[in-house]
Ligand binder design. Sequence first.
Ligand code: ZN
Length: 234
Amino acid sequence: MTIMPFFGAIAGVIKGIGSALLGVVSVGGGFLEEFFGRFFGLPGLFLDLIGIRPKKKLRLRFLILANQFGPLVPPANLQETFKLTKRIYDEQADIKVIQSDTSIAYGAPEGALEVTTPIMNNIGHFGEVGAYFHGLSGLGFFTRRLSVIIVNTIDGNQGRAYWAAGNFVIIEKRFFDDPKDTTTLVAHEIGHACGLILHRDKKENLMYRNHKRGEKLDRWQSSIVRGSKFVWYI
Ligand SMILES: [Zn+2]
């Protein structure tokens, strides 16, 4: 006979409510920010489309999750892909991609290391895993950086982005197993996060669905990315 399970259950409920609230603030705030950003960005979009497009900046933060054996990949293994991502956005969108920092995140819940896509697609934003990712990538309006979180596996996907709903994208670790590895997947998921919601049918486009994709963005696509809440003049 003990009252501990009772307190345990209460703590569980409080934690659940906390996660749900964090999800509501993050997702709701993210969409509000996106909406106002796009609205006040309309004059900029017009100038952009007619070719007046000064260089803008996108700050990326790499977060490598760790399991009981340590970080899923060594930070150095991300460098070639970072260079490729930087070159693509420089050439295709006049955006200078800056690596703000690379950190290792210890103590990730199981569901963050092994992401089940159906969960992260919708209701998961309001649960433990969503709360973990939102907390890790940083809450708040006027977020000036996008986090690229390296996880172990994503069920049914290689990478995921959530457009305005999160300040992060997630990518499977297998693309960084070797220091020489390089993938367009990071640039592709950044595209989704920055407003390119739909895939393109042309293979040479960066937003082509599978890994045989090219690096190209058309004028409209690059203008959408430049108008994203993650891309700034300063
Ligand atoms: Zn995609």
